[in-house]
Design a protein. Structure first.
Length: 682
């Protein structure tokens, strides 16, 4: 704890020194007045949101021109997205980088406030189903979210907000890089009377920098908005098609450092094909000066086929599910100053999964059908939140959410064991969780300070319940819970600086994962303690410094011996770091943006600290620093040319480092890449 306080103090000292360095009164483009919707499913000024919400604005996203969502999101404090092959990824938000069911179910991925996947059917690579290429804003709420979002929002929520019809204008952007990656996005936005229509499309043709690792991706979004007399209806149809040739880990000591090896692909047969369609309609009506309601019915369908290249079976998995649901909320502002929100979410889902091995039997991976089942899922979640003023500047918030989730599992093949695979008998499982939140807030001059306690909870993923192996038990896992305490402050300093500081302490129970013996661990316990700082400051006229710094200690709080002594490096001991959990993360940008000239630019430093690759903390990755350079030139009033030089120093680093089956394994990061392109905005 002493080291934690010392390290968090260092982060606070950095932010304090930035405040002291303000030398100009010129207004800085800061985030404090931006509108966010993630906290309460409606637009609220960020300065009125007493929680750790970080945002990427339209300007941020345009300046970055990300090839992958991780490139943008890793700018935010407390966030680390490991880019996998192609458009795949693994996520960490105030957590280790989580995989499997924990990785899929611990983070809630939204598009315009609606989850991309149903409860129990999450996708560990969830961000590639969102239309991030045309997003007007991306918001990240760190830690459990409280009342408005329930299951899966254990460690954090990522909400991708699309352009609003009638409010953004037309847009076109295209680029090419030295790898041969072609990207283009276009938005057409038209308004006639009280109705607006928007169409957005994005196309990616990426040959990949490794052998047989190309990606073809298309996304289409259609939006319609109608507004009149306090009624606003915004409807969206979103589709995606992804065809990816997946590259596996390169293996061996420091394999990512070898120029030839890092471009190879040990799994040229691997692929991932995804199609998804989502439709939603948000209906907002102000019934009086103090009361408004919002109802969002939605439907979704997704289908995914991919090769399990990371297993000896090399089996083919096919999964699909469709859902119908609705979100309903009411907002009331009482004359006494009490602010109340309440509502209910409901959803029905049908999903299925098959796994088939073409290869001849190898070890206990038997040739033929492994799994074939379907699941019907129903969820119902009432919630309420009340904010009560205690003084003119201080308020108390009380909130709670009840989540009921039921699964009906139907095994469509023989029950029992086949090789290493265990197929449970047909059954029903139900889970009920309650997530309370209490928060004390005080307004500052141009800022806010808060302290809060929140509990987050989620039921197990359906794959954790019904896709078992012979050395696992058919007893259902318990819902995972996390208890989180947080203190934070967000403040502008004059017109030229902004700072956002937060500290957190979280304990997670019933952490569910599969250990190195292959057994389910349903009663794991981890602790997460850390601090974060985000800042923006004008150094001199036209030059600003922006960035984030995060420290997090993510440790096991239980012991777990292993039967297989050949994997002794995976023995869990209380106090060990959870694997793939760097203590320090940093992102700094020096921006040059003169008002009187048509050019601007930035240099970016991305830092990832060293981290352990195994639960026993015997193997480690040394971390890395990568520098990026970006610039744009306003060629004409509505036309800009831009370029980006990523990984300026051509550093050989790993996007992801891992240790399994006695080997170091890496997803190597791309070397130096030059991107050039143009954009048009009306």
């Amino acid at each position: 704890m002493t080291d934690l306080v010392k390290n968090f103090g260092r982060g606070c000292a950095i932010a304090s020194s930035l405040m002291a360095s303000v030398v100009s009164a010129q207004e800085l483009d800061t985030a404090i007045d931006y509108l966010v919707v993630t906290g309460e499913r409606r637009e609220v000024a960020l300065n009125n949101q007493a929680s750790s919400i970080s945002i990427l604005t339209t300007d941020d996203l345009a300046r970055i021109g990300a090839d992958h969502p991780s490139e943008a999101l890793n700018r935010l404090s407390g966030v680390l997205i490991h880019r996998g092959s192609g458009q795949e990824h693994l996520t960490a938000i105030r957590s280790p980088v989580l995989t499997g069911g924990a990785g899929a179910g611990s983070f809630l991925f939204l598009q315009d406030g609606v989850p991309l996947r149903s409860v129990g059917f999450a996708n560990v690579n969830g961000l590639f189903e969102a239309h991030t290429e045309i997003a007007r804003q991306i918001e990240v709420e760190k830690g459990p979210s409280g009342a408005f979002y329930g299951a899966n929002a254990i460690h954090g929520t990522i909400n991708v907000l699309l352009p609003e019809p009638g409010r953004g204008g037309d847009f076109l952007q295209a680029s090419v890089d030295t790898i041969g990656r072609l990207k283009s996005s276009a938005v057409i936005d038209k308004t006639v009377g009280q109705q607006s229509v928007l169409a957005g499309v994005s196309v990616l043709d990426d040959p990949g920098f490794r052998v047989d690792s190309g990606v073809d991706q298309q996304k289409l979004t259609l939006r319609h908005r109608y507004g009149s007399d306090g009624l606003e209806i915004t409807s969206t149809l979103a589709t995606i098609n992804l065809n990816q040739e997946t590259a596996g880990f390169v293996q061996g000591p420091n394999a990512y450092q070898y120029a030839g090896l890092r471009r190879t692909n040990p799994n040229p047969e691997a692929f991932r094909d995804v199609q998804a369609v989502r439709v939603q309609s948000q209906i907002e009506k102000r019934l009086s000066d103090t009361f408004e309601v919002s109802i969002t019915p939605y439907g979704r369908w997704t289908d995914m086929d991919f090769r399990l290249h990371f297993l000896p079976s090399d089996a083919l998995e096919e999964n699909t599910h469709w859902s119908l649901g609705a979100q309903a909320a009411g907002y009331w502002e009482a004359p006494s100053g009490v602010d109340v929100a309440f509502g209910v979410d409901g959803e029905y889902t049908e999903g299925e999964l098959t796994e088939f091995q073409d290869r001849p039997t190898i070890f206990s991976f038997t040739q033929g059908l492994h799994y074939d089942y379907e699941v019907e899922a129903t969820s119902l979640s009432p919630f309420a939140r009340a904010s009560v003023p205690l003084t003119e500047k201080m308020s108390l918030e009380l909130a709670g959410r009840l989540d009921w989730t039921s699964f009906r599992y139907d095994n469509r093949t023989g029950s029992g064991t086949v090789g290493r695979f265990l197929r449970p008998d047909d059954r029903r499982d139900s889970f009920v969780t309650f997530s309370p939140k209490i928060r004390l807030t005080r307004e500052l001059a141009d800022g806010l300070v808060w302290a809060s306690y929140t509990r987050g909870a989620r039921p197990p993923q359906t794959t954790d319940l019904y896709r078992l192996q012979i050395n696992q038990t058919t007893d259902p896992a318990e819902p995972e819970t996390i208890d989180a305490a947080e203190i934070g402050v967000r403040k502008s300093i004059g017109n030229a600086a902004y700072v956002d500081l937060a500290g957190y302490y979280m304990v997670k129970d019933n952490f569910f994962f599969r250990d190195a013996d292959g057994f389910n661990v349903s009663d794991g316990r981890t602790r997460h303690v850390g601090g974060e700082a985000s800042f923006a400051v004008e150094l001199i006229e036209d030059i600003s410094w922006q960035g984030s710094l995060s420290y997090g200690a993510h440790t096991y709080r239980f012991d777990r011996p292993l039967l297989n002594q050949s994997r002794a490096s995976e023995i869990i001991s209380a106090g060990n770091d959870v694997d793939t959990a760097p203590r320090w993360l940093g992102n700094m940008r020096l921006r040059w943006s003169p008002e009187e000239r048509p050019v601007s630019g930035e240099i970016e430093w991305v830092f990832v600290d060293d981290y352990f690759l195994d639960a026993g903390n015997t193997e480690s990755y040394p971390g890395h620093s990568v520098f990026n350079l970006r610039s744009s030139w306003q060629v004409a009033k509505q036309v800009s040319a831009f370029f980006a030089l990523r990984n300026v120093l051509n550093t050989f680093y790993a996007e992801r480092a891992d240790f399994a089956f006695g080997n170091e394994r890496y997803f190597p990061g791309e070397g130096r890449v030059l991107t050039v392109g143009f954009s048009y905005r009306s």
